[in-house]
Design a protein around this ligand. Sequence first.
Ligand SMILES: Cc1ncc(COP(=O)(O)O)c(C=O)c1O
Length: 411
Amino acid sequence: MASLFDSVPYTPPDAIFELTKTYNADPSPQKVNLGQGTYKDEDGRPWILPAVAAAKEKVRSANHEYLPILGLAEFRARALELLFGGDADVTKQRRVASCQALSGTGALHTAGTMLYRAAQVGKETIPTVYITNPSWSNHRQVFESIGFPVREFNYTAADNSGVDMDSLTETLTQAPPHSILVFHASAHNPSGWDPTVEQWKTIGKIVKDRNLFPIFDAAYLGMTSGNFNTDAWTLRYFINDLNTEAAVCISFAKSMGLYGERIGLCAFVTSSRTTATAVESTLAQLIRVEISNPPAFGARVVAAVLGNEDIRAEWARNLVTMSGRIKGMREALYEGLVELGTPGKWKRITEQKGMFCILGLSLEAVSHLREKYHIYMADSSRVSIAGLNPGNVRYVAECIDKTVREKQARQ
Ligand SMILES: Cc1ncc(COP(=O)(O)O)c(C=O)c1O
């Protein structure tokens, strides 16, 4: 008898999660996971931030009642203050609609669903969502699954020397008004290249002049430079200085190490308090039909970190530790390759920022590293620098060196 599922096609598994699965099953003591972007300490272990450990103590006697539909009020207020700054006009004028979200991915999905709803209510044609090329592997499918057409704009220069401003500005200048642009607020994944302040100003002018709608995917704020305010400069420039409407999707997965707690915030900065009220009422309905109300634990932890002066100061130090370790590992890998005289251009490893770096290796080299040396990285040769530590970085450099040379010898 025919089944309801007969027409369901097989969907291949997510490449990065699959890579982690293969890595976990690999019995080799030498194995190195440079795939998934999760911070690990000097010994390669998950790190519970001391600030988070202290916050957990504060919330340990909390009950297990439902949260409000839009999330924990204290978490939302603290997260908005963190994002825009204490005395931001947008907050004082109550022009922000927000809801707690299921980490960064959930925040992006909620933002997209809200924007899709807005376009339908306004009876406009559905706007195109523009994502960077390359981008985080989930961006396209998040927005396509909602129903948006998704286009890419060239982001990284062909020789991987930085942001391709010519191509980027050309695409944005041609994008129809109300097009949606997904920007990485800091530490672009996967390229590691962020626009400079001047380049952001050029992009901001186009966004403003052409009435485009930016979504800031803020998954790494604080982890890039080690200072949250420094990393939040771009989104604050658009929102506080250029006065654009925008969405901000912040994740606390990386910056507080709360990966599995799925805690984030989706915020819409609008042009008026009335609009913000309407948008927030819609967000409440979207949440109600999807999950009824969000999970409590992560929200309580983040609120306790941000709401306590001492714990917040500890978190600031923890951000310096994480970003400093990542920078240190970039240098160690670069120096290792230079010392070995490995053929290729490696300087970008230290020039790029954040958790990721594309090494520029062929798929063949990536597979070789995986099969022969148990070093796991994405097919694009994107490496998560946080997977390196003093105990494995030399091994990784040596194996890259051998792989590159073996390939040269075969040519
Ligand atoms: C650019 C970017 N955005 C969003 C996310 C979402 O992460 P999460 O849903 O775990 O907060 C990630 C995670 O890797 C990311 O790299």
